[in-house]
Design a protein around this ligand. Structure first.
Ligand code: CUA
Length: 420
């Protein structure tokens, strides 16, 4: 009775498993899957994968059928003859050596061909992007366009992007699963990678990752890619290449930053919104690409008086905060004299980005304030100094007695949030 039930149940279980497996193939549910044909790179890798699965399936079926048939046909029967040991069967041994060798050749040829194709020089007319890995964030430079940005990469659809992959410190690996890669960033070496986002793609947002263990915040070293229409890209790049624009009111007597770059208002600072270039619309991210929006909660144990943010003074933030508070030691802002350091992310158009801290947090005033106050509390191992006065520095294991208070940090946040 039990035997019969098992026999009936087996096919049902098999069909159920197959259906479950097939249902897992819905691509929309898995926004970070690599099985897409968004680029020629992914198409080539997918074709190779299909071929490997095809041959692997044939081998599996043949081997398993032979195994099951053998087990049943030659099983020990009561009263049957004793098994006879045999030694050597030249025909059989040659067959089971030649067949796997042929299968390996069938796999090796397309594999090596794909490796050479994807390692070849990028086609002419590709847009050049330098990718520089840092512990733990991404720097993106477009040398032909004069753009330097961090953690958010923009590419026009229909045009090949040729990446030069470098690292400032340890090994990292650049990977946007839906576009292709991954490829390592190797110390003292430049690696290359190229792919072309399909011209048919609507403007879209994708996740990028560091795929090589690189220290305590390896898992926090993410980035975003926005594949946008050529005119949107052009608008974005033109704006990103321009110096920081801040305020439109006339300069007072003694500006700390020359008036040509930053025009400082006399009392209540007014920050005019500059003519912004294209940035991927936030509402579209929320509606269509929720998987690219950081969900990391702020760790417990950090407080900030958010009420101060509404009254942040961007002028004081620029002068007393950014310049005198020490930010200038690590961060560049194009157009601000002296702000040229490349240690931390370039902040020229920080407010046009949707994320901060290597894609770990959303870029909004409350988060930015806490980040400035105690970055190392928010991201293990961060080299960004603990700026908040009275904050405990988890790396130095001391309390910062100098630093900026919440009021001053609110001013810096007001300044940075004005850098559209
Ligand atoms: Cu960079 Cu892992």
């Amino acid at each position: 009775m039990l035997k019969l039930r098992l026999r009936q149940a087996a096919p049902v279980a098999l069909v159920a498993m197959l259906l479950l497996t097939l249902s897992a193939c819905g691509l929309t549910e898995y926004p970070n899957t690599t099985f897409h044909h968004n680029t020629e790179f992914n198409s080539a890798v997918d074709a190779l994968f299909d071929r490997l699965v095809f041959w692997g399936t044939i081998v599996f079926v043949v081997v398993e059928v032979a195994l099951v048939v053998t087990i049943i046909k030659f099983r020990k029967r009561p009263g049957g003859p004793a098994a006879k040991p045999i030694h050597g069967n030249a025909a059989l041994e040659i067959t089971w050596t030649v067949i796997p060798a042929l299968i390996l050749v069938l796999i090796a040829i397309p594999t090596v061909k794909t490796i050479f194709e994807t390692q070849a020089e990028a086609p002419a007319g590709a847009i050049k992007v330098e990718v520089i890995g840092h512990q733990w964030w991404w720097e993106f430079r477009y040398p032909e366009l004069g753009v330097v940005t961090a953690n958010e990469l923009y590419l026009p659809v229909g045009r090949t992007a040729a990446f030069e992959l470098k690292t400032k410190d340890v090994l990292h690996s650049f990977w946007i699963p839906q576009m292709g890669g991954k490829r390592d960033l190797i110390t003292n070496k430049t690696n290359h990678l190229w792919f072309t986002p399909s011209a048919d793609l609507p403007s879209s947002a994708w996740n990028g990752f560091c795929a090589e263990y690189c220290g305590s915040s390896h898992a926090n070293m993410k980035f975003r890619l926005y594949t946008v229409q050529p005119d949107e890209f052009e608008s974005w790049a033109r704006h990103q290449a321009s110096p920081a624009v801040f305020s439109a009111t006339p300069a007072p007597a003694t500006p700390v930053i020359p008036a040509a770059q930053v025009t400082v208002a006399d009392s209540a600072a007014s920050v005019a919104a500059p003519t912004a270039g294209y940035a991927f619309p936030k509402d579209r991210l929320e509606a269509e690409f929720p998987h690219v929006i950081p969900q990391t909660p702020i760790p417990a144990g950090i407080t900030f008086d958010d009420a101060l943010l509404a009254g942040g003074d961007p002028v004081k933030g620029a002068t007393e905060g950014f310049l005198l508070g020490g930010c200038i030691g690590c961060h560049a802002i194009s157009g601000v004299p002296g702000a040229v350091s490349e240690i931390g992310p370039n902040l020229t158009h920080l407010a046009s980005r949707h994320t901060i801290a290597g894609g770990l947090y959303r870029n909004d005033a409350p988060t930015l304030a806490r980040w400035i106050k105690n970055a190392r509390h928010l991201k293990p191992g961060s080299i960004m100094n603990t700026i908040g006065k009275g904050e405990y520095d988890p790396i130095l294991k001391t309390t910062n007695t100098m630093g900026l208070d919440d009021r001053q940090i609110a001013d810096v946040v007001a300044y940075l949030m004005a850098l559209k």
